[in-house]
Design a protein around this ligand. Structure first.
Ligand SMILES: [Zn+2]
Length: 113
């Protein structure tokens, strides 16, 4: 899971470096309700309220899961044949746990002052 926001100027997805499980965690970590952000695509400096920061799936983790399942399948194939393809469940499990983490973050908003 990564935390990010949509740029208000070019509508591109950006990511922030801070990591947190929930919005209150993020608020505690940064000590602020609004984060100073800088768009990677258009360079726009902006302020984003923590409630406008969303958790998104980290595709790198999904890719790592796919990669791992390919390796496991190849290794197991020698011994078990086609049943080794069961390891394709790995990226699915990764995806499910990612989505759990996402909803954990996205579910809670902090109180606006
Ligand atoms: Zn932008």
């Amino acid at each position: 899971m990564r935390l990010g926001y949509i740029c208000s100027s070019c509508n591109k997805q950006n990511y922030i470096k801070d990591k947190a499980e929930t919005r209150p965690d993020l608020q505690m970590k940064t000590g602020k309700d609004e984060l100073q952000v800088n768009c990677d695509s258009c360079g726009k400096m902006d302020k984003k309220h923590i409630n406008n920061i969303n958790a998104v799936v980290d595709n790198r983790i999904i890719m790592a899961g796919v990669f791992l399942s390919l390796i496991v399948t190849l290794v197991l194939w020698n011994y078990y044949g086609a049943i080794a393809s069961i390891s394709f469940v790995i990226p699915l499990l990764v995806w499910i746990s990612e989505n759990k983490a996402l909803s954990g973050f996205n579910k809670y908003t902090i109180r606006r002052k």
